[in-house]
Write a protein that binds this ligand. Structure first.
Ligand SMILES: Nc1ncnc2c1ncn2[C@@H]1O[C@H](COP(=O)(O)OP(=O)(O)OP(=O)(O)O)[C@@H](O)[C@H]1O
Ligand SMILES: [Mg+2]
Length: 267
């Protein structure tokens, strides 16, 4: 089961949500793979900390390595699993990002490599129970590849007044991608992040989204400084602060999503 977290607006919580849901999934015994498609590498940094650049031939590893081998001779191709790293957490695996992704993008696009991630992940279907894909804040080659490869998309919404505008453009893009490339992609829901129940605006924004028919998920994620600490320490919340309020919300969100999956599977 492959879940992409996408919103072309920056800083809405894509990386935080990807890593924390994936860490919970792994902690509950599901073999979980995280794919970092953002050249910024925030997910990679969050889950495995500083990388020694000299010991990391960037274009040969992780997502960049996977895409690179799709150009040129087929004989040299390695199994997609050879681009996966272990993390310090049991059951949690990572296909890291690297700066090389940015140099490769134009060539991959012009050579029509948009289905290659989907093909690679299909080969890994038996290896992992859950795949979480973090995307860049753009509707570019990498985020499109992810939306084509995934079964479902989660849309983080950060309760700021520009967020609604970007949601219209986002849903148009997803519609078009579903029609052209992946009719089976389903929108799992809008995740309300950085919610502040004391302020008036977030509550109003969420009510408007619901009125407009957006599938807002029941569990909201509050704003907490614990999130920044968790990034700084390179430790997902379930490891750093298992009984914190924000961790409990993440556990509830994870349970809500898994329940939705089971419901859909029964249909
Ligand atoms: N619930 C939260 N409470 C407090 N801070 C949060 C919360 N969620 C995310 N943040 C903070 O907001 C910032 C942006 O979060 P994050 O990096 O997850 O967003 P993003 O959508 O991946 O950003 P980008 O578009 O740059 O990839 C980070 O500093 C993160 O620590
Ligand atoms: Mg990010």
């Amino acid at each position: 089961m492959k879940r992409v977290v996408f919103n072309q607006k920056g800083g809405v919580g894509k990386t935080s949500i990807t890593c924390n849901l994936a860490a919970i999934s792994a902690s509950q015994g599901l073999r979980t793979l995280v794919i970092d498609l953002d050249v910024q590498g925030n997910t990679t940094h969050y889950l495995v900390g500083e990388i020694d650049a000299d010991a990391f031939p960037a274009e040969a590893q992780g997502v960049a390595g996977l895409f690179k081998q799709t150009v040129g001779s087929r004989k040299m191709r390695q199994n997609p699993d050879s681009f996966v790293w272990e993390t310090p957490y049991e059951n949690l695996f990572l296909m890291p990002a690297s700066p090389a992704l940015s140099d490769m993008e134009k060539e991959l696009e012009s050579r029509y490599k948009i289905y290659k991630l989907r093909d690679a992940l299909t080969k890994l279907d038996e290896e992992y129970d859950r795949v979480y894909i973090d995307t860049p804040p753009n509707f570019n080659f990498y985020s499109k590849s992810a939306l084509i490869a995934a079964d479902t998309v989660l849309i983080p919404f950060d309760c700021d007044s520009f967020a609604r505008q970007s949601l219209y453009a986002l849903t148009d893009n997803i519609d078009e991608l579903q029609e052209d490339h992946n009719p089976d992609l389903s929108i799992e829901g809008v995740v309300i992040n950085q919610f502040n129940s004391q302020a008036r605006l977030p509550g109003e924004l969420v009510a408007e989204l619901k009125d407009e028919g957006y599938p807002v998920l029941k569990t909201f994620l509050n704003t907490s400084v614990k999130m920044k600490e968790s990034h700084r320490e390179h430790r997902p919340l379930v490891d750093l602060a298992p009984s914190h309020n924000l961790t409990t919300q993440y556990l509830d969100l994870h349970a809500e999503l898994e329940k939705g999956l089971r419901r859909r599977a029964r249909k």
